[in-house]
Write a protein that binds this ligand. Structure first.
Ligand code: NAG
Ligand code: NAG
Ligand code: CU
Length: 167
């Protein structure tokens, strides 16, 4: 029973600590932005792209552009659909659907020199569904009354779990 109460306390603590998941903005290339000389495969490594997240491409628009391309175009480093070429110098692209996404700079041979990015987008994190779990029904004392001590112990457990979670 004690372990069940502890588990409930942990769940309660998680419900408090974990904020609703929110979309994340990725500055492509971090401080370097979108340019020659950055390894965007390395940059993308280990990142968990989700639907709703944003990719921000910052670049010198006189030297570069940004084209969303197909997997085939990506391999060949061409942007065959010219209407998918952007050139404002600051593109914010919201990842709208799961799957692979391919981006290149189609200026000269920049793509083959490394201005190319492929990412895999996963479904959005769902919101945390369960709010507060019901406190475990305190066992009644011999007198048939709820022991205030037991409620106190449960709160302490929740606080302890909270601290553990924060470490
Ligand atoms: C870029 O980084 C990836 C992953 O770390 C690596 O496999 C690849 O060889 C690098 N490319 C270049 C051109 O350095
Ligand atoms: C080119 O891209 C535009 C905009 O995304 C799209 O509407 C159009 O169908 C595409 N054309 C071809 C030939 O794929
Ligand atoms: Cu370029």
């Amino acid at each position: 029973m004690a372990s069940k109460a502890f588990l409930m306390a942990v769940i309660a603590a998680i419900a408090i600590v974990v904020p609703p998941t929110s979309a994340y903005d990725y500055m492509v290339g971090d401080d370097a932005g979108w340019k020659l000389g950055v390894n965007y495969t390395e940059w993308a490594k280990g990142k968990d792209f989700r639907v709703g997240d944003k990719l921000i491409f910052m670049y010198n628009k006189d030297s570069h552009n940004l084209a969303k391309v197909s997997g085939d175009d990506f391999k060949q480093c061409v942007a065959s659909n010219k209407s998918n070429i952007l050139n404002t110098g600051n593109e914010e692209i919201t990842l709208a659907a799961p799957g692979k996404k391919w981006y290149i700079c189609s200026v000269n041979d920049h793509c083959s020199k490394g201005m190319k990015l492929v990412i895999t987008v996963s479904a959005a994190d769902g919101p945390i569904p369960a709010p507060w779990p019901a406190a475990p029904t305190p066992t009644t004392s011999a007198a048939g009354e709820v022991s205030p001590l037991k409620s106190y112990v449960w709160i302490l457990g929740a606080l302890a779990a909270f601290k553990l979670f924060m470490v």
